[in-house]
Design a binder for this molecule. Structure first.
Ligand code: SAM
Length: 347
């Protein structure tokens, strides 16, 4: 089961199919169920938050506390069939989430299931009830409940997929990497030569774009008004090139430069693609020529886009004017509901 940001489930399913990672069986709220292809490298899935192996599907899980007994029994029944933890793992942790109101908390679910899973595995169950983080390397289980169906699942990897090892430097308002990967997929980057992010922050959009940008001479150019953001983007791009599986065999060039999004240093029509997550006030104030008004940014995006170019923007304040809208995907993230807009220059 792939877990996803709400709104991009179809993009996750398309990536699973398109990359030959498996056969998609069902798409649900924040979940894509699939049968993994033999030998598939599930860590290569970029648009998903996490990939889990479903151990049990429990139906009839109600909204009152009898649900806890049901879940505990389902966990107990897994017993001897449980996947063995990796060598050296001593601790087991559970993270639960549910949709809708219930008379129990996530901690009640975690404790009910965690105690039953830990016993046959001879692991120590770490409860999150008191706020303590589980030790790194703990065997990680997830319980999700939607309607009256619960899923008990285990993470085969050592970290959730959304936690990218390259992201060693950050900035305020930095983008969730799977969302950046979803933007990259929507941008159809296969043949793009110049991809621009005029408000690049820590570089997430372009670093996530790199595996999708297959042109031998592709150039990925990030700009930001804030010098610290440009420094962070450089550090992350360097770490991405060094991380396992992230080698930049073709030496594809990133270029990170301090510049104002209201005056992007790219020639007219010089960008095949623009990927942008502009500052939108609450977390990151627009500065320089964009202070108080993002219209100069959108004017510049139209100017630098090639006639057959495409901009993919994550916008919180509605779709900018002056573009032809090719697609819109509404997502939910941290209580916000931004749109991913796929835009062509001109009306
Ligand atoms: C929402 S953040 C982008 C985050 C980025 N996508 C990432 O993953 O880290 C918006 C960025 O716009 C930058 N910014 C603000 N005003 C700007 C301007 N006039 N020109 C260019 N960048 C600007 C901020 O410094 C910030 O890094």
């Amino acid at each position: 089961m792939a877990r996803s940001v709400r709104g991009i489930e179809a993009l996750v399913a398309a990536e699973i199919r398109g990359s030959g990672l498996g056969v998609v069986r069902e798409t649900r709220h924040r979940e894509v169920w699939f049968e993994a292809a033999p030998g598939a490298d599930l860590r290569s899935l970029r648009t998903a938050d996490d990939v889990l192996l479903a151990a049990a599907v429990v139906d009839g899980v109600g909204h009152d506390r009898t649900a806890l007994r049901r879940l505990a029994r389902a966990a107990r029944d897994l017993g001897a069939g449980l996947m063995a933890p990796a060598d050296g793992v001593r601790v087991l942790e559970v993270s639960a989430s549910f949709v809708g109101r219930r008379t129990y908390t996530r901690f009640d679910i975690e404790d009910a299931v965690g105690a039953e899973l830990a016993r046959p595995l001879r692991l120590t169950y770490h409860s999150r009830r008191r706020g303590g983080r589980p030790p790194s390397g703990a065997m990680a289980w997830r319980v999700t409940i939607e309607g009256d169906r619960a899923v008990i699942a285990v993470r085969p990897g050592d970290r959730p997929l959304h936690r990218r090892p390259y992201k060693t430097a950050s900035v305020r308002g930095t983008l969730h990497p799977p969302l950046a990967a979803a933007m990259a997929r929507l941008a159809r980057l296969e043949k793009a030569r110049t991809v621009v992010d005029p408000c690049c922050g820590a570089g997430t959009t372009l670093i996530e774009a790199r595996p999708f940008a297959l042109g031998a001479d592709v150039r990925l150019a990030g700009f930001d008004h804030d010098r610290a953001a440009v420094t962070a983007a450089c550090a992350n791009a360097r770490a991405a090139a060094e991380s396992p599986g992230g080698e930049d065999a073709n030496g594809r060039p990133f270029a990170w430069t301090v510049a104002d999004g209201g005056r992007i240093p790219v020639a007219d029509g010089g960008a095949d693609r623009v990927l942008v997550n502009p500052p939108w006030g609450r977390q990151v104030p627009p500065r320089g020529l964009l202070a108080g008004d993002l219209r100069p940014l959108w004017r510049e995006v139209r100017r630098v886009l090639a006639a057959d170019g495409l901009a993919v923007a994550l916008v919180h304040d509605g779709i900018p004017r002056g573009f032809t809208v090719e697609d819109v995907v509404e997502v939910s993230l941290s209580g916000q509901h931004p749109l991913i807009a796929v835009l062509r220059p001109g009306r």
